[in-house]
Write a protein that binds this ligand. Structure first.
Ligand code: SAM
Length: 234
């Protein structure tokens, strides 16, 4: 009995790994955040496999039942809609429960949005803190204030609808000159990597409707001087 945690592409389907495909073919069944999304992916790669729902709404209630099913199987794969399960996606509770029940857990390396966003940013990547999605309302200011004092690079996921407001809320804590990078639609046709200061990011994203999936990378105060004077984006 074994649980394979299987990352899936965040846009470009070529980012599935050979090992992920083999594991998806070999497991008894797949637990997926959304069975339709996973079935579409499996169909694309000519894999026929039963998928059962494991999503945020049933994570707590289904834990015991799903753990029993994994114990009765030789191996099972866990996938989310995109990227690595457990990273701002369901999975952590199941991994913890499997460990508690002596079920082997193996996470395959693979797609996740935060790592390419960080590497593309040109902001120091040796030490960073990932916040997942920051709070929308209550606690947002406190989170941003704490983030502004961090001694390592900060990374968070943000909705396109909230991006501009969040960047504007950051100004009093981070200052206009703080280096930021905003990765949008990574691995997709309209991928964009904005690199500049916080003030430049606000100007850039004020001039258009912000669409797509977004990762925000923020440098520390000591990165300020190393920033280019003009924004760089592709
Ligand atoms: N499990 C995923 C991972 O490993 O990155 C994250 C899932 S979370 C529900 C979805 C968020 O991840 C999006 O709102 C966005 O912030 C980020 N994301 C996912 N795909 C992305 C992409 N292609 N480009 C930029 N950000 C992406």
């Amino acid at each position: 009995m074994k649980l394979f945690v299987v990352p899936t592409p965040i846009g470009n389907l070529e980012d599935i790994t050979l090992r992920a495909l083999r594991v998806l073919k070999e497991v008894d069944f797949v637990l997926s955040e959304d069975t339709r999304t996973t079935q579409n992916l499996l169909r694309h790669f000519d894999i026929e496999k039963n998928c059962y729902a494991y999503h945020i709404h049933n994570e707590h209630q289904q834990l015991e039942n799903i753990t029993r099913q994994i114990q009765n199987a030789s191996s099972v794969a866990l996938t989310s809609d995109a990227g690595t399960p457990c990273i701002s996606d369901p999975g952590y509770l199941l991994v913890r429960e499997c460990i508690k029940n002596n079920i082997k857990v193996e996470c395959l390396p693979g797609a996740t949005a935060l790592i390419p966003a960080l590497v593309n940013s040109g902001i120091p990547a040796s030490s960073f803190k990932f916040y997942g999605f920051i709070p929308h309302k209550k606690g947002k200011e406190t989170t941003l204030k704490r983030m502004s004092a961090a001694q390592e690079t900060s990374i968070f996921y943000e909705s396109p609808y909230r991006l501009l407001k969040t960047l504007e809320m950051m100004i009093p804590f981070f200052g206009e000159e703080r280096p930021v990078a905003i990765a949008r639609e990574l691995t997709k046709i309209h991928e964009e990597n904005f690199r500049g200061t916080l003030a430049e990011a606000i100007t850039h994203f004020s001039n258009k409707t912000v669409k797509g999936e977004i990762v925000v990378i923020v440098g520390t105060p000591k990165d300020i001087k190393q920033t280019e004077t003009t924004p760089l984006f592709e």
